[in-house]
Design a protein around this ligand. Structure first.
Ligand code: NAP
Length: 297
């Protein structure tokens, strides 16, 4: 999702010398293949956006895959980036690496200051390993790294799997399916009271290019909108956009995750980056994209 949006933005911004390996040609878990790739292609700037990502359900069911694949991929990429002396590497962290009880909105200084939320600990542990690995290569070898900490992203290119995807695409799919089947009830995991922040994918992708060009520090930097919404209100918004008229119930026996999660993104905003797509616009675009995918199938 983020990579496709970034490629679109890079092309629109006039960058033409892009190297875009597909997973079928370059499995990033394979160190030898990555070495061959670096040796042949000689990349200068790297956005390492490949990862195994997903919502609470996927995190609960596949923790070993989340930690193994993600750790293996970033260790391989960072090691080769250093070995082949690339100019700059961008490795995204994630809001979920911050402590469960971090002071809100979460400033960069909260990193590693407390216990993590357990529902996605394997993914978060891999990301923390990646952040510290990138910073260690910077410290020991002078590798130029930039480490944005994005809040929850959504938008075109997202995964719309009903169970394994993030909350926005999962709700879009479930509400749309319920509307088509005339179901009069949808049950959502958790209380609906938790508060989250979301960023439209193009805004996140712009921030990555912005940081690659303007940020020269291995210190993590938050990327978010600082606009918050409860899952209940989000569900109501999506139901309205999809035109689902049935009942929405919340299953409080299922985990909620962290109660409130909003990043303090004042640092990047002071540098001049700003998000442009508000949640209503972003949800409309995402739903239209989902409908397009359905028609294609
Ligand atoms: N989405 C968010 O809310 C969010 C928030 C914070 C940070 N981030 C970070 O932003 C980055 C991009 O996330 P995203 O949402 O764009 O994820 P995404 O849509 O799932 O894209 C991840 C990509 O990684 C590729 N990939 C997975 N395993 C691979 C492997 N072994 N070798 C090569 N490629 C592999 C996938 O290929 P296939 O298509 O073949 O599976 C996919 O194209 C990730 O680092 C993620 O942790 C995302």
């Amino acid at each position: 999702m983020v990579g496709s949006s970034l490629v679109k933005i890079l092309k629109e911004s006039g960058y033409s010398n892009l190297i875009l390996p597909k997973r079928r040609d370059l499995d990033l878990k394979n160190q030898r293949k990555i070495e061959e790739f670096f040796s042949e292609e000689k990349p200068e700037y790297i956005f390492h956006l490949a990862a195994v990502v997903g919502g609470i359900h996927a995190n609960s069911n596949y923790p070993a895959k989340f930690i193994y694949d993600n750790t293996q991929m970033h260790l391989n990429v960072i090691e080769c980036a250093n070995k082949f002396e690339i100019k700059k590497l961008l490795f995204p962290g994630s809001a979920c690496t911050y402590p469960k009880l971090a002071k809100q909105p979460i400033a960069e200084e909260s990193f590693l200051s407390g216990f993590l939320e357990s529902t996605n600990i394997a993914y978060a542990a891999a990301k923390i390993n990646g952040i510290i690995t990138a910073q260690s290569y910077c410290k020991q070898f002078g590798l130029n790294v930039v480490i944005p900490m994005p809040t929850n992203a959504y938008g075109i290119g997202d995964h719309f799997d009903a169970e394994n995807s993030h909350v926005i695409p999962a709700l879009i799919r479930r509400f749309n399916d319920a509307k088509l089947k005339n179901d009069n009830e949808i049950v959502i995991w958790g209380s609906g009271n938790v508060i989250r922040e979301f960023i439209y994918v193009d805004d996140l992708a712009y921030s990555l290019l912005f940081l690659m060009l303007n940020y020269d520090s291995s210190n993590i930097i938050n990327v978010g909108t600082m606009v918050e919404i409860s899952i209940k209100d989000l569900a109501l918004k999506i139901a309205k956009i999809v035109d689902y008229k049935g009942e929405i119930k919340f299953d409080v026996s299922k985990p909620d995750g962290v109660l409130r999660k909003c990043l303090d993104s004042s640092k990047i905003k002071q540098m001049g980056w700003k998000d442009k797509v508000d949640l209503d616009q972003g949800l409309e675009k995402t739903y239209n994209h989902y409908l397009t995918l359905q028609n294609v199938k």
